[in-house]
Design a protein around this ligand. Structure first.
Ligand SMILES: Cc1cc2nc3c(=O)[nH]c(=O)nc-3n(C[C@H](O)[C@H](O)[C@H](O)COP(=O)(O)OP(=O)(O)OC[C@H]3O[C@@H](n4cnc5c(N)ncnc54)[C@H](O)[C@@H]3O)c2cc1C
Length: 407
């Protein structure tokens, strides 16, 4: 998600630069979107995009295609298992048409990869694995392996977006700060017998928080994307439950506000922890996405933050001649520019996770925090500044696009 997004964003700003996207899993080509091709990022999950992210994708010329399968979140219903009622946050009250948009990752992958394959100066190498990355004078040397053997190449800047486990980060000896939440997120697309009416649900249970995001209907049927946080020790059991037992357990925890659970799609589990890389930049290399910071999904911030990082890095790189793109000063300018946004978003996401996993706080407190961390939340100072910082990233990228237009 992040490597492909970065390549698309940078190409929009600097179509004259040569970008190589390297992915170890096979990728579909053009319109041939074989469902048998599995890609870890573009799996069965869905992503809630904040409006700032939509603006970035729009600036990069991607939103027109992405929006065909987007589902707007117009209201967020916050409730607490064990307490009656709940609270409705309505985008209209804030003068906004929507709180955010939900996209299925598989659709995002389809649009992004087809787009990248049409670009003259973007080369997609897949399935190719980066086996080693060696810093050399003024460049990074990559050792690449495909089915037929090993080759090496040099790049001015290596953008490492190889996921939360980041084998390359480990090989470079970059340490991490890790906090294990001892929770897993169980995801599935589920159907109810009542429409979602563009409402996202946030529900707190004694086992952990739960989110239900509205999706576009599929073959005439309403669907929602479920993210259900359970203690890690229960995740295998919950995954293995027969469909009707899973549906009953979900109904018991979620209640009847959407009527009866009538279908449950394939389930997958994701272990949850906070991981922060101790270094994000070195000469000729930068870490992005989960490789730089892996967040709990409960606040819907991981990809939104990564996209702001991508936009800011693109804006900084495009403001410099390509000869200095790998210089440590250039990369530190990016790191400095994003530091506040990253710190605020990571600590917001971490505190939301911890508070929302407690069963002893009243709904009014939880409501103040907002669950999805999207953009209409109550105007607390911290949230406001987080939002302004996020907007600054969006503005830097949009300004760079506007400047490019006038060159
Ligand atoms: C259940 C869940 C729900 C979420 N919901 C939201 C949400 O609503 N909103 C939000 O903003 N965020 C959300 N997130 C976070 C979001 O999914 C992540 O930010 C995003 O997946 C990060 O993508 P990435 O590209 O950094 O890493 P990955 O998705 O892990 O991708 C890494 C890629 O690198 C490739 N790779 C690895 N090693 C090599 C190598 N040596 N050579 C070549 N290729 C390699 C892998 O094959 C893979 O394709 C959610 C996360 C989870 C788990």
């Amino acid at each position: 998600m992040v490597g492909a997004s970065f390549a698309a964003l940078l190409n929009t700003l600097r179509p004259d630069w040569h970008i190589v996207l390297i992915e170890s899993h096979p990728m579909a080509r053009g319109d041939d979107q074989s469902p048998t091709l599995y890609q870890p990022s573009f799996d069965a999950r869905s992503t809630a995009l904040a409006s700032g992210s939509v603006d970035i994708l729009r600036s990069a010329g991607l939103w027109e295609k992405l929006k065909a399968q987007a589902c707007a979140i117009e209201q967020v219903h916050v409730s607490d298992r064990g307490l009656p009622g709940g609270t409705l946050i309505d985008a209209k009250e804030f003068g906004l048409p929507a709180v955010g948009q939900v996209l299925e990752n598989a659709w995002m992958g389809r649009v992004l990869l087809s787009h990248l394959q049409t670009l003259e100066n973007v080369t997609v190498l897949a399935p190719v694995t980066v086996k080693a990355l060696t810093p050399i004078k003024g460049a990074a040397k990559l050792t690449l392996e495909d089915g037929s053997g090993v080759q090496s190449t040099q790049v001015r800047l290596a953008v490492i977006a190889d996921g939360g486990d980041s084998p390359l980060r480990k090989r470079l000896g970059i340490g991490t700060r890790v906090e294990d939440y001892r929770q897993h997120a169980i995801i599935s697309n589920v159907g109810f017998d009542q429409d979602h009416n563009n409402i996202a649900y946030e529900r707190f249970t004694d086992e952990g928080p739960m989110a239900l995001l509205p999706l576009r209907p599929f073959e005439g049927r309403q669907r929602s994307a479920l993210v259900w946080t359970v203690p890690s020790r229960q995740s295998e059991e919950v995954l293995a439950l027969p469909e009707e037992v899973f549906a009953r357990r979900l109904q018991d925890r979620f209640g009847f506000r959407r009527g009866l659970v009538c279908s449950v799609g394939t389930r997958s589990a994701y272990p949850l922890q906070l991981t922060e890389a101790c270094e994000q930049v070195r000469s000729n290399l930068v870490l992005l996405g989960n490789a730089a910071h892996f967040l709990h999904p409960v606040a819907g911030q991981g990809f939104n933050l990564a996209l702001r990082d991508c936009a800011n890095l693109c804006a900084v790189l495009a403001a410099h001649p390509k000869e200095v793109m790998g210089n440590i000063e250039t990369l530190q300018a990016y790191e400095k520019g994003q530091a506040l946004d990253q710190q605020a978003t990571i600590s917001f996401s971490d505190s939301v996770t911890k508070v929302f996993s407690r069963s002893d706080l009243p709904l009014s407190v939880l409501r103040q925090l907002g669950f999805l961390g999207l953009e209409l939340l109550p105007p607390g100072k911290a949230l406001f500044s987080r939002q302004s910082m996020g907007r600054a990233g969006v503005q830097a990228y949009s300004a760079a696009i506007a400047k490019r237009g006038t060159r």
